[in-house]
Write a protein that binds this ligand. Sequence first.
Ligand code: FES
Length: 572
Amino acid sequence: MSKQDSSMQAPAPVGFAKGLTNYGDREFSVYLRRTFASSMGYSREMLDRPIVGIAHSASGFNNCHRHFPEMIEAVKRGVLAAGGLPIEFPTISLGETFLTPTSLKFRNLMSMDVEEMTRAQPMDSVVLLGGCDKTVPAQLMGAASADIPAIQLVAGPMSTSRHRGERLGACTDCRRFWAKFRAQEIDANEIDKVERRLASTAGTCAVMGTASTMAIIAETLGMMPANSAACPAVDADRLRIAEETGRIAFDLIGKPIRPSEIITAQSVENALRVLLAIGGSTNAVIHLTAIAGRLGIQVDLNRLNALSESTPVLVNLKPTGEHYMEDLYAAGGVPAILREIKDLLHLDCRTVTGETLGDRLHDVSWVDHAVVKPRAEPVRETGGLVALFGNLAPRGAILKRSAANPDLFEKEGRAVVFASLEDLAHRIDSDDLDVTADDFLVLQNAGPTSDAAMPEAGYLPIPAKLARAGVKDMVRMSDARMSGTAYGTIVLHITPDAASGGPLALVRNGDRIRLSVAHRTLELLVPEAELERRRAALPVRAEVTAKRGYAQLYEREILQADEGCDFRFLKP
Ligand code: FES
């Protein structure tokens, strides 16, 4: 047999026969693997099937994923019915509120886990089952780098609860009630009761926070089944979606539909459009930048500004509106949003099912316009987010204008500076703090290269004495992030960050700062010569201070927010 004949006849190995450990004898490797796989009770018929891996992030430290066992069963049902062998495996989980210093610090670690385990273990396609804020971007980053056929499945949002007749959903209402408690409008007994009602089912935060935003972005990118992002975690539809996901994952095997075919410059632009139209989380800018960056696609903040001018906010969900994610599902879900802005989208982008994004809009038959506004009556005429530039943020900063107070958009103020989160905690509620509602609160050293590792601390509390006086909002700015469930006139992700010696590190108490949302500017009104003097006086920072392990890797490799806070060595 000629060499050409032999290569034509040898089918590519599938299932347990692929990705073998090399002992120098291929047949022995197959035999040995089957021997050990057989110990799990698989029949020979099952051992010969293509494998659909199910990478999931269930954990006792992740309340949002507590229903994953039944979702995994439903995925398996779909894979088995289609003719594959489903095999689940755990990866790192990132429960948003259970990690210190912050979940973002470990997103890249999880992405490495997903990338390496989907590549190293024998699977022909993979279902990525996640949901809590950082898990979806971590899974998509890993899948983009591994580039094996992959489909995303999310936990789905929590259902709302009630307190004294009022509807509650984590975690916009968490912040609202905590602000009431700080202002002494409610007592300790009531906040205790509210604490037990805010998050009462499985699933991700019930509002348009980061988890919901990332689920919608994953659907818009084409990495999930149509109309799957908003379905509640506890709805029977969620299990049907899981089963369908299993079938689609099997159908992907052998097809040229890899993440790199789906996540393209056009689909990333679609995702940015939708992020703006939903008034989505500021965190999504970082995550989308990191996901796209794994495939060499750059997210340009100037382009974000251009898109923001021509994209209306259409979704009336908290924290910028009134409703919750379960209402979005009942209102028509993501396809209803996409249909409303279809003239702004690249409809020919391919999705994981093989259909185009445009194909997915044909089934939209009814939309609740109280939740998804018609184009002619938007929640806002322009997009939810804008990027700001200036001598205080040469590489950009983000403001969620849809969650901010327009009265504060064109304003000059006096800086009240906190040098760190510890300094903030120590002084913010002091009656001696020299602060008025017209000042700008400035937090330094909470960016990606700081020891704090860019926590969601950008939602600086209103100083207690101002809160008691009825102040609800004031201009606040930092190199930190903000929860997607929060609101206020808050400038985030100032880049480069203070810990790396960015201009934010040069701000001093009493400096004047000018914010102009109309001009997209953030300027520190201090003469350049004085800034130069302050820059020269900054303490010299050791390149790497962590002695070992992941902390050292993080310090050495972390990139700034405008590069998605990815690791330098994980870029393509
Ligand atoms: Fe998991 Fe909010 S805590 S999504």
